[in-house]
Design a protein around this ligand. Structure first.
Ligand code: FES
Length: 142
């Protein structure tokens, strides 16, 4: 049912915990199941130099969180914003259909952290990040 990569990232998640001095923090919840993911980033000169996560959620959420941190590490903000939940699940060799919603957490958390970074730097995140996907008004459209 789960790919070997999913099982491996679930058993040995990468980048777990909280980075001291993180300057971009995003927390999102999955409306479907109530699971929560928090992502911590250190961004220097537009590059995500360090990243970690804490996920209170199912195995698929942990595995996708782990893979997402691996995918964004060392990337520019722009590159990180292009990482979709599909890219994360592809990198894990797929997820069972009923668990696909779990991967949305990782994509949203990346966007939420980058939104936080721009807000902390007194910049409007909307033109760069777009919708932060956290509002209940438009969540159903995504
Ligand atoms: Fe909640 Fe997977 S069941 S994220």
């Amino acid at each position: 049912m789960y790919s070997e990569k999913v099982m491996e990232h679930f058993a040995n998640p990468r980048n777990v915990g909280e980075i001291e001095g993180a300057n971009a923090i995003g927390e999102v919840g999955n409306a479907k199941c109530g699971d929560i993911m928090k992502i911590f980033m250190k961004i220097e000169n537009d590059i995500i130099t360090d990243v970690s996560f804490k996920t209170f959620g199912c195995g698929a959420a942990v595995a996708t969180s782990s893979m997402a941190t691996e995918l964004v590490k060392g990337k520019t903000i722009k590159e990180a914003l292009n990482i979709t939940n599909k890219a994360v699940t592809d990198a894990l060799d797929g997820l069972p259909g009923e668990k696909l919603h779990c991967s949305v957490l990782a994509e949203q958390a990346i966007r939420a952290a980058i939104t936080d970074y721009y807000k902390k730097n007194a910049m409007d995140p909307l033109p760069i990040v777009g919708c932060d996907l956290n509002c209940s008004d438009c969540a159903s459209e995504h």
